[in-house]
Design a protein around this ligand. Sequence first.
Ligand code: ZN
Length: 83
Amino acid sequence: MSRQFTECSCCGKAINYGNAYVTIVRNVEQADFDLTTNQEEITIIDSNEVITFCGSCGNSFDADTIANIVNAIPTGQNRITDN
Ligand SMILES: [Zn+2]
C-alpha cells in the first residue's frame, strides 16, 4: 500500500508517493547571461506552491488556459481591453 504524499486541491483524491501530479508554482526568478559559458542562467529567488492537482485534474488544464486565467486576475496593473 502506497503512502499518501498529499491530496488533490480540486477533487480531494489522495496523491501517493510515486504518483505523477501537477503543481502551479509562483516563482520569483532572476535571469542572467554568463558570457564565459554563453548560457543563460535562471536563479529562483523564492518559490511557493500555489495549488496541487492529481494527474487527472491537472491534465484537464493546459498552460494556455492557466495563463488566460492568471491574466484575468485584476492586479491594478492589468491592461484593460474591451472586446
Ligand atoms: Zn484531482
